[in-house]
Design a protein around this ligand. Sequence first.
Ligand code: HEM
Length: 232
Amino acid sequence: MTLFSGAAAEFWMRWVHYIFGILWIGHLYYFNFSQMAFMGEADAATKSVVLQKLSPRTMFWFRWGAMFTFLSGWGMIGHKMGAAGSTIATSAWGTIILSGGILGTLMFLNVWLLIWPNNKIMIENAIKTAKGEAAIPGVADLAARASVASRTNTLFSIPMLFFMGAASHLPLVLSPEKSLVPYWCTYAIIVGLLQLNAMKGKMGPMQKLGGVIHFGVLLSLALYFAMEFLAG
Ligand code: HEM
């Protein structure tokens, strides 16, 4: 029974990874493709019901989807390193999967440290105001910050999935003579600036859904070309 042997440990993690990845990114796309525009048009009473009754449910599956995708993803990397040694990190597979895994990890941190804490206060605020109590001060700023982080995660999801798929299915060869330092510096600058914007900045071109999708494709190609030209 191959499925229940030690050889299948990574396969189990992979299966878990797919299911929770769909759960997480499915909710992320629902928020960004449908709910944000709906909330922009809805009246105050409808918004309050969505926040009080729908958000606690969507936020539950969203954040725990993120948690188990993250754990199973790093579990697979740990398992591969255990079997093949740490040199795997500098291989083509390692460079590609780390490029995707770091984006996924930033997305996970954005969920747990920005989007969920801010949404929790928005939910509490809707419950309080529905009871006639005073609104929590600064709640509009928290909502705006959560939206920028959520849009950034939608942006990051496009190159993140590019790299997840490319690791085993794009026959990219890296040159053993070239150092990976220029690639990782370029990656750190581009991704670092976008992450900083998620924490402190504004939506910019991510305001519109079309903008975030185009920008995501552009970011995927920019990171791919950086890898191909600087390390390939
Ligand atoms: C949070 C950080 C993440 C890490 C560290 C990570 C890590 C990994 C690893 C190690 C693999 C195996 C790749 C291979 O065997 O070639 C993988 C595959 C995959 N990951 Fe992730 N992942 C993360 C997030 C995500 C997310 C959010 C999704 C969204 C759905 C996702 C979707 C996938 C898919 C579809 C594959 C399959 C690729 C294949 O079968 O070749 N991952 N991931």
